[in-house]
Design a protein around this ligand. Structure first.
Ligand code: KIV
Ligand code: ZN
Length: 513
C-alpha cells in the first residue's frame, strides 16, 4: 500500500442503485463499469449478489467482462451471502469480497438482536470461511461512526486477524461532523491491533450535506480509501460524489500535501451524464463539479473578472473535468463514421456490432430529420434507449384520437412472446388510453404508481422523456422511454417497465431450476 496515494472505491452500482427509484439492467451496469475503468477507478463494487438473482447475474457478468480494475461484491456476515458473493466473483481479474455487520449498540440491539460477543464470533467465523477464496477482503462495521470506539477497534482487530486487508468505517446515517469523524479515524488508527498492515477506508453518507467534508477530514486523519458514487447517488441523501473528493484533493493539492490520486478527471462530465441518463436521476444545475452551472458566470462583475484573468473566479478549469462546451455536435448530414466516433467521445465503450451501429445511426438520422439540432444529450438518450437487453415486448405501432371532454381512443400493436398482438382502449387523454391499451395486450395486473415527463434538451422539438413506476405483485418496477412524441415516450416507458417485470420473473425462475 502506498501511503501517499488515496484509493477510490466506487459503489454507484451497489449503494448508488439503492437510490430511491433507481434500477439498472446488466448492460447498463456494464456501460457504467467500463466508464469507471476509463476514469481509473481502483475498485468497483458491482453489487450485492445475495440480494436477488438479477444482482447475482450483474456481478457475475461484470466480473467476466470488465477488466483493468478490482471487482468487489457485498455480503452480509452470513454463510449464504458470502458463498454467493465469492461465486459471483470467480471470473474477476482481481476480486474483493466486502463483508459487513452492524457494530453500533442501536443496530446490534434492535436490528441484529445480537450481543457484542456474538458479533465478534460471527466476524471471526465468516472471515475463516472466506479467507483464500478471493484476492482480498474488506470488512465494514456498519454504523461504525455511532459505535463504541473501543468495541469498533476490537471488531476491526478481529477482522484484520482473520485476513481482512481493508477496514471500512462507514458513517452510515451521515451523522458525523468533520473534526469528530477525523478524531474517530485517528483513534481507530492508534488502537486497532494490526491496523498498520491494512488500508483504512471511509464511506460517508450525505444526510447533513457533510459527506465530502467528512471524507476529506478522514483522509487528513489517515484514511487512504474513499468509497463514493458518481453524482453522489446512494441510499437516502446519497454517498459522497467521487467528483467532489477528487477535485478537492487535486485543486487543493497544496493543502493535502500532494497526496496522489490516479483518476482521469477529464472523464467526470461524460460519466456524470451517462449515469444520470441511465439512472433517470437528474443532476441539479448547481451541483459541484458536474452541475450544468458549475462553470457558468452570470454576474457582470464576475464576467469582467473572468475576461481579465479566469483565475479571478475559477479555481479549476471546465476542461479539467471534461466540461468544455460541445453544443450542437451532429446534424442530418453527418456520416456514419463521425457518428460512431462520437459515441466513444460520449463515453459509450460497449463494443457495438456493425448491425447495432447501423441501427443506431438510422435512428439518429430519423431524429435529425425531426429535430433541427441534435445535442449530445439527445444522442446519449437515444443510445441508452436502444441498448441491448432482452425485450419480451416491443412496440410495433400506436395511434390515438382525441374525443370529446378530454376522452381519447388509442390502439397499440406489440411484439410479444406469443407473437404480434393488438388491442385498443378509451381513457382520460391519449397517454391514459394508450397505457390502458398496452395493459390489455400484456394481460397482467399492473398498476401505475408514478409518472413524469420532461424535455431532455431545449426547444419546441426537444425529445420528451417519460419515466414511470409500476407495481406488480407488491414490487416496484421502473420504465423510461424517449421520443419527440410524448405519448410514444410514455408507451415505451410502460413497455420497458413490463420488460423489467419479465426479466425479474425469468431470473427468479432460473434461480429455482
Ligand atoms: O452505509 C453503509 O454502512 C453501507 C455499508 C454496507 C458499507 O453501505
Ligand atoms: Zn452506504
Amino acid at each position: 500500500m502506498d501511503q501517499n496515494r488515496v484509493y477510490f472505491f466506487d459503489t454507484t452500482l451497489r449503494d448508488g442503485e439503492q437510490t430511491p427509484g433507481v434500477a439498472l439492467r446488466t448492460p447498463e451496469k456494464i456501460e457504467i463499469a467500463k466508464g469507471l475503468v476509463r476514469l481509473g477507478i481502483d475498485v468497483i463494487e458491482a453489487g450485492f449478489p445475495a440480494a436477488s438473482p438479477g444482482d447475482f447475474e450483474a456481478v457475475q457478468t461484470i466480473a467476466r467482462e470488465v477488466k483493468g480494475t478490482t471487482i468487489c461484491a457485498l455480503a452480509r456476515c452470513n454463510e449464504k451471502d458470502v458463498i454467493k458473493a465469492i461465486d459471483a466473483l470467480k471470473d474477476a481479474e482481481r476480486s474483493r469480497l466486502h463483508v459487513f455487520i452492524a457494530i453500533s449498540e442501536i443496530h446490534m440491539q434492535y436490528k441484529l438482536k445480537m450481543t457484542r460477543e456474538q458479533v465478534l464470533d460471527k466476524v471471526k467465523a465468516i472471515l475463516e470461511l472466506a479467507k483464500g477464496k478471493v484476492d482480498e477482503i474488506e470488512f465494514s462495521g456498519e454504523d461504525a461512526s455511532r459505535a463504541d470506539l473501543d468495541f469498533a477497534c476490537q471488531v476491526y482487530g478481529t477482522a484484520i486477524a482473520g485476513g481482512a486487508t481493508i477496514i471500512n468505517v462507514p458513517d452510515t446515517v451521515g451523522y458525523m461532523m468533520p473534526q469528530e469523524f477525523a478524531s474517530k479515524i485517528r483513534y481507530i488508527k492508534e488502537h486497532t491491533p494490526g491496523v498498520e498492515k491494512v488500508i483504512i477506508s471511509v464511506h460517508c453518507h450525505d444526510d447533513l450535506g457533510l459527506a465530502n467534508a467528512n471524507s476529506l477530514a478522514a483522509i487528513e486523519a489517515g484514511a487512504r480509501q474513499v468509497e463514493c458514487t458518481i453524482n453522489g447517488l446512494g441510499e437516502r441523501a446519497g454517498n459522497v460524489g467521487i467528483e467532489e473528493v477528487v477535485m478537492s484533493l487535486k485543486t487543493r493539492h497544496d493543502y493535502f500535501h500532494d497526496l496522489q490520486v490516479n483518476i482521469d478527471t477529464k472523464q467526470f462530465t461524460k460519466l456524470s451524464k451517462l449515469v444520470s441518463r441511465l439512472t433517470g436521476v437528474a443532476v441539479p444545475p448547481n451541483k459541484a463539479i458536474v452541475g450544468s452551472n458549475a462553470f457558468a458566470h452570470e454576474s457582470g462583475i464576475h464576467q469582467h473578472g473572468m475576461l481579465s484573468n479566469p483565475e479571478t473566479y475559477e479555481i479549476m478549469t471546465p476542461e479539467s473535468v471534461g466540461a468544455e462546451k460541445t453544443n450542437i455536435v451532429l446534424g442530418k448530414h453527418s456520416g456514419r463514421h463521425a457518428f460512431e466516433d462520437h459515441l466513444k467521445n460520449l463515453g459509450f465503450h460497449q463494443t457495438f456490432t456493425e448491425e447495432k451501429i447501423n441501427d443506431l445511426f438510422a435512428k439518429f438520422k430519423d431524429l435529425a430529420d425531426k429535430k433541427k439540432q441534435v445535442y449530445d444529450d439527445d444522442i446519449i438518450a437515444l443510445v441508452v434507449e436502444h441498448m441491448d437487453h432482452k425485450k419480451a415486448f416491443e412496440l410495433v405501432s400506436q395511434h390515438y384520437q382525441l374525443g370529446e371532454k378530454g376522452y381519447a381512443y388509442a390502439d397499440v400493436r406489440l411484439n410479444t412472446p406469443d407473437g404480434e398482438r393488438a388491442d385498443a382502449a378509451v381513457g382520460d387523454g391519449p397517454v391514459d388510453a394508450s397505457l390502458k391499451a398496452v395493459e390489455r395486450v400484456v394481460g397482467m395486473p399492473i398498476s401505475l404508481k408514478d409518472y413524469q415527463i420532461r424535455a431532455i434538451t431545449a426547444g419546441k422539438d426537444a425529445l420528451g422523456e417519460a419515466t414511470l413506476k409500476v407495481e406488480y405483485n407488491g414490487r416496484i418496477f421502473h420504465g423510461r422511454g424517449i421520443s419527440t412524441d410524448i405519448v410514444k415516450s410514455s408507451v415505451n416507458a410502460y413497455i420497458n417497465a413490463v420488460n423489467s417485470i419479465f426479466l425479474a420473473m425469468e431470473l427468479e425462475q432460473q434461480e429455482e431450476e
